[in-house]
Design a protein around this ligand. Structure first.
Ligand SMILES: C[S@@+](CC[C@H](N)C(=O)[O-])C[C@H]1O[C@@H](n2cnc3c(N)ncnc32)[C@H](O)[C@@H]1O
Length: 303
């Protein structure tokens, strides 16, 4: 089985790489697919910083991309500014966030991300760091768990499912979590399971907090003319991206009662396309992961 097939790689590269001699950041390097595609566009003076918080992904990318133009860093994109400062970089030409987990992480039962295979209820992108999903559940009461399922999984049966999870005799494996969810029998089971596993994964890895910090860092680090791209796989992430950029892309910062605009268009970003990009049906036929992906691209304006 391959490590990971990059989603919308053609669209990402076309949208992100403006200057082949520039500095680009792949903030979620995974199996290195997007990194490789970006690297193929770069000239001899171009640079790529490939980051992942999962040491296994980092090892894979180091193996895949031996190239003097590439630096591979194990770290969280929430600390993007610090990571780049350590590389002597204070401005970049493009940043990509391809959110969530890779196929490799999901396919390995031992990582505990999948409801389709039995494994330890772990879900940590950084193995051994912080609390596992089982530990998180053990220390949350049904109220807190219901809040997580509702907030991060947008699950309507959050209370009933949380109660079933907390009442289960043992909660150490993905199969035990699956059985607890199944016992509630609500709605379309695979979708409910996906929402519950998503919610726990987001909580375990602090994903939305990372995304907020990562976007803020990317916004600060981009040079005028530089571009930031985000591939999101569910509405929580996508909404956060949209809301973060909304005040930055508005054409005018003057209050609505000002009839004659005098700000001269102080918007700091423009959308690269009015429509969010979706994978083509041909791509979705080859890679089912691509079906829920949406790519947003923003360009920083000149001063
Ligand atoms: C969808 S995969 C990326 C796949 C990659 N674009 C490729 O072409 O192979 C997401 C990756 O982002 C990593 N990741 C998620 N959150 C992160 C964070 N806050 N900081 C760094 N890496 C993160 C995960 O470990 C995973 O390897």
């Amino acid at each position: 089985m391959g490590f990971h097939v990059p989603v919308m790689a053609v669209e990402v590269v076309a949208g992100l790489v403006g200057d082949p001699q520039g500095i680009y950041v792949d903030a979620t390097a995974g199996g290195g697919g997007h990194s490789r595609a970006i690297l193929e566009e770069l000239g001899p003076r171009g640079r790529l910083v490939a980051i992942d918080r999962d040491p296994e992904a980092v090892a894979q990318v180091r193996r895949e991309l031996e190239d003097e133009r590439v630096v591979v860093v194990c770290g969280r994109f929430g600390e993007l500014v610090q990571i780049l400062v350590r590389q002597g970089m204070s401005e970049v030409d493009g940043v990509l966030f391809d959110l969530g987990v890779s196929s490799h992480q999901i396919d390995q039962a031992s990582r505990g991300f999948s409801y389709q295979q039995d494994g330890p209820l772990d879900m940590r992108m950084e193995p051994g760091v912080g609390m596992s999903a089982a530990e998180l559940i053990a220390q949350s009461g049904p109220e807190e768990l219901a809040r997580l399922l509702a907030e991060y999984g947008e699950e309507r049966q959050a209370r009933r499912i949380a109660r079933a999870i907390c009442q289960a005799p043992s909660m150490h494996t993905t199969a035990e979590l699956r059985r607890a969810v199944e016992s509630v029998r609500s709605g379309h089971l695979p979708k409910t399971l996906a929402r519950v596993f998503q919610a726990l994964r987001i909580a375990v890895n602090g994903e939305l907090d990372q995304l907020k910090r990562g976007l803020a860092a990317g916004i600060a680090l981009l040079r005028p003319g530089g571009r930031l791209g985000v591939i999101a796989y569910h509405s929580l992430e996508d909404r956060l991206v949209k809301q973060t950029f909304a005040p930055l892309v508005s054409a005018c910062t003057c209050p609505p009662e000002v009839v004659l605009c005098v700000c001269g268009g102080k918007a700091r970003f423009s959308k690269v396309a009015t429509q969010t990009k979706r994978a083509t049906t041909a791509e979705v036929d080859l890679n089912r992961r691509a079906r829920s992906a949406s790519l947003r691209l923003y360009e920083k304006r000149g001063d």
